[in-house]
Design a protein around this ligand. Structure first.
Ligand SMILES: Cc1ncc(C[n+]2csc(CCOP(=O)(O)OP(=O)(O)O)c2C)c(N)n1
Ligand SMILES: [Mg+2]
Length: 386
């Protein structure tokens, strides 16, 4: 993975050791930009896959250290949520192709370590807001797989009665505030949520997720400025999956280093390898501590890779199979599973049981969605605000 050489762990410490922040020395195809390549020869696609395998082994060693310090039950639950997210999303793709889900449908496959590593470090009363790529985050926050799948089907049993669909999962009860379709729109709303928490002295921390393409929107810069000025308890998580629809970050942004943008506001920031769920958890724990004790915001740039197209209607002909294979070599679920086995937290039998449980939960969600009725005609104009 092409990781920046430096990232800041806090606004006081401007250069963290490369290893701590996951610097690998790997390069993707930045051939057109020698400045990004430090003048070195760009490796071939085959070299890149080999380097990714080596990085996988290095990550396993660093994951083991983090695993030793973490509760075993929680580790197994994290793995279960990752596997559930993967199986659930694979099923979404399947039923979408069967015409069961209408409209847009953006999948999270490949990015599971970001949502699970960060959100499972929160307290249940903490708040979360995200973009349209929201099914897995909704489930991690406690909305049942049944209610998420029924929402995808547009059925009454969905978490918003079938009127939101894929992009608008929501549950006030679970402190999950959407599911937003306007790129970057949730950054302003999330900042307002953190302002409300501070105003009410509720002690809640907010995680606000957004993609790397949203960073180019003015609202990102305006919101970070206010959050730092007003000392708001918020964690901005940029889920850098390296593409905004069919446009790679390299083609759309003058810098690869998004975390550093926080320095313009003197905000704490960190770059994290988003294929490593324990690295995500550790960085989030540091940001939560900062938010709860000092009431200060953090920007985390967490880099992973979007395995699927932007949405179900994307043929994906703007990238190569090898590019996708390179990231699949470092799959976050395989990496975590192997580390847990090595740490003797998990056996193959345990993993099979986790797989079975995730498949059964997904099947139950589909059954529930199939059997749930569509909203009735008399609900056509309820809960509609525009
Ligand atoms: C304000 C606005 N501009 C354009 C779009 C169309 N659009 C939808 S998703 C998307 C790409 C966003 O990419 P990113 O923020 O990286 O998130 P990802 O889809 O990769 O999770 C664009 C341009 C939109 N929904 N809203
Ligand atoms: Mg993106």
């Amino acid at each position: 993975m092409d990781l920046p050489k430096t990232a800041t762990a806090s606004k006081k410490k401007t250069t963290a050791p490369a290893s701590k922040n996951g610097s690998t020395g790997l390069r993707t195809r930045a051939a057109g930009n020698p400045a990004q390549n430090n003048g070195k020869k760009t490796p071939s696609e085959a070299d890149i896959v080999e380097l990714a395998k080596q990085e996988f082994q290095r990550r396993r060693r660093s994951q083991l250290e983090a695993i030793k310090k973490t509760d075993k039950k929680l580790l197994r639950e994290m793995l279960y949520q990752m596997v559930l997210g993967r199986r659930f999303e694979e099923k979404c793709a399947e039923v979408y192709r069967m015409g069961k889900i209408g409209g847009f449908c953006h999948l999270y496959i490949g990015q599971e370590a970001i949502g699970i590593g960060s959100m499972m470090a929160l307290e249940p009363s903490d708040m979360v807001i995200t973009s349209y790529r929201d099914h897995v985050q909704a489930m991690v926050k406690g909305i049942s797989p049944e209610a998420v799948m029924a929402e995808l089907y547009g059925k009454e049993g969905g978490c918003v009665g079938g009127k939101g669909g894929s992009m608008h999962m929501f549950s006030k009860e679970h402190q999950f505030y959407g599911g937003h379709g306007i790129v970057g729109g949730q950054i302003g709303v999330g900042t307002g949520m953190a302002y409300a928490a501070k105003y009410k002295d509720s002690g809640q921390v907010t995680i606000c997720f957004f993609g790397e393409a949203a960073v180019n929107q003015g609202i990102f810069h305006e919101s970070l400025n206010m959050a730092q000025l007003w000392k708001l308890p918020i964690i901005y998580i940029c889920e850098n999956n390296q593409y905004g629809m069919g446009t790679s970050q390299e083609r759309a942004m003058s810098t690869r280093n998004i975390a550093k943008k926080a320095e313009a506001f003197e905000m704490a920031n960190e770059f994290v390898d988003g294929m490593d769920v324990m690295a995500v958890r550790d960085a989030t724990l540091r940001a939560i501590e900062r938010a709860r004790t000092k009431g200060e915001p953090t920007l985390l740039e967490i880099r992973a890779y979007r395995y699927m197209g932007h949405s179900m209607s994307d043929p994906g002909n703007y990238r190569t199979r090898e590019e996708i294979a390179k990231y699949q070599e470092r799959d976050p679920i395989v990496l975590f599973k192997d580390s847990l086995k090595e740490a003797k937290v998990l056996t193959d039998k345990d993993f099979d049981a986790i797989e079975k449980q995730a498949v059964e939960a997904t099947e139950a969600a589909v059954k529930f969605a199939e059997e749930s009725p569509f909203p009735s005609e008399d609900q056509l104009l309820t809960d509609v605000f525009a």
